[in-house]
Design a protein around this ligand. Sequence first.
Ligand SMILES: Nc1ncnc2c1ncn2[C@@H]1O[C@H](COP(=O)(O)OP(=O)(O)OP(=O)(O)O)[C@@H](O)[C@H]1O
Length: 646
Amino acid sequence: MAFFSRPQSTAVRIARPNSEEETPTKQPSPRKDSVQRQCRNIVIHGSCKFQDKGCIYYHPPVCLPTSPAPRIETPSVAALTPQAVNAPVFVPNSPLAISEDYLNNGNGNGHGHDTHLEGYQDTQIDSNQQSEYDNYDYSVDQTANAMQGMDFSDGAYYDDGQREFHAPNPYSDNMMETSYYTTGPVFLRQPLNYLLYTPSMPKELIRDSTNNLFVPPSTDLRQILQERSETIRQVAPMGLNLPEELQGYHTLVPLEPVLPNLERKKFGNWLSMVYRAIRTSDGIPHALRRIENFRLTHQAAFAPIEKWSNIQHPSIVPVREAFTTRSFNDNSLVVSYAYYPNAKTLYDAHMKPKPPPTYQQTVYYGRHQQLHQLQQAQQTIPERTLWSYIIQLASAIKKVHSSDLAVRMIDVTKVLVTGQNRVRISSCGIFDVLAYGTPQQDVAIYQQEDLNKLGRLIFALCTNNLAASSQANLQKSMETMKKFYSVELQTVALSLIGKAPKTIDKLLEMIRGATDRLEHELLGELENARLFRLMCKFGFINERPEFARDARWSETGDRYIIKLFRDYVFHQVDEHGNPVLDLSHVLTCLNKLDAGTDEQIMLVARDEQSCLVVSYKEIKSCVASAFDDLVRATTTGQSGKEVKVI
Ligand SMILES: Nc1ncnc2c1ncn2[C@@H]1O[C@H](COP(=O)(O)OP(=O)(O)OP(=O)(O)O)[C@@H](O)[C@H]1O
């Protein structure tokens, strides 16, 4: 309680005058109408010692505040003029700031703070005075803000929490105590001006501007977090007729447009709606999915929810609890989930049709055709992002299947994107409750369906078409996929929608197998550059015409062994004199030469009349000195520059 108690004194207290004092304040303003000059003592000191003792100047009547104590304690009050003390309470002229509803009835529809507002009405606002305040010219400020794209006539920027003198700490256990609902002055909530956070430093000077482990670069992180925080504080528009309190949740805000029933998409066979609501016990926002007109037949239907609430996985939206309620004037089932501010569904993030370009964009892109094409190409999801989604979702499915459950809800409209490429399956568990009491198939069948749905989701994302994997569209979808995506991705998607029985382990094996194969192949090619350099050296030094008459390359010279080694590596013949083309012999010899091992080999002259026994180390030094001679002979070598070939 002490946490939120209001301070005993405030700097300026602007209170509603007592009824007896109202008469003088309603008199015509002396400042405007009186020709008599005002006493300067009043202006400078706030009072005049000679007021009733012969001072000839005008002394305006002083309206004393109900509690004089703060005026004595707080020095700033002494500098205030009586006009300032009598200044009207500021009420913004914005239509949604404080609705008539609030002012007249104290009834804030859909908000959980009506008690608080009733008190507010009684103590702070004299509705008769309000017409006076309407004359405030607020449009100047509004124009300035609208120019920055921040027209805060939007009711979303007025927050009940802001009407408190002290913002409640949502994490405190005490937040439901009465101080939370006590009245306080009106505060106008300003939208955050994100322009203030525009990075001033060029990108290249920022040390880490890439996403790291799903965390956006620090330059963007601040804005993302600010936006999330602001989203959490937005309140529902008036007139939605939402319950004020719902089984321990309050301040409900719909997370999707409220449409007439006929225009709404169904969740299975039911109409559903997602709300954000604050849980009273901890003050944390939660996502509530409500299934309308659902009658629970047995309490046992909630058993799967308990199982689901034990599943912890980074790609599954945690399930908290489920309950039924009549607060919406029907029988509703509500399942509570963790809430992720500003989460989008995969459909909204990637597939939702973009609004047509504005006139300015059309003119601009008309001039910059290439840029337009680039933008179109960017609309296809990069394969890298898709793999990231597939791996996260596969790992989530693995977790669910290993708990003997099935997800049953893998769809582009039910998978949330909650950050940079972070996906989470939402709405888990709800189907298990809805299906209670109806004939159910074996869980293995639903698990197969999960994989099938994952395949359909991949097709939909790759082709930007929800029905991409239907029989009628499959051929066309495959063609589109071939254009933009690798064979591996196509194989995974096809195998998932195929009829052959599959398991999540098989899918993970496929994904992991692809990585293993890539690594293996890379390993095989890793040394290519080294051997290629060696081959180049041989190519440069062997059989050069200018060496033909050089004694060092003749049979008695020290370079002769290079010739013989070349024959040993490449010109091997079998006992019948047939050529031997053995790549592994070549690779072994070249690797040993490159390493300069002490192993000795016997090199035989072409006429088989003589032989030499030499180590790879000796051969290596011969090759190196022959190549050095060549380098020195080049113009680049002579100019002292480094030769870059090797
Ligand atoms: N746990 C959550 N945290 C934050 N936002 C959520 C959460 N669950 C759902 N939402 C949001 O609620 C909105 C409505 O969710 P819903 O699952 O109904 O999606 P939808 O796109 O409206 O699907 P449908 O078209 O099937 O109704 C979506 O914008 C989604 O981002």
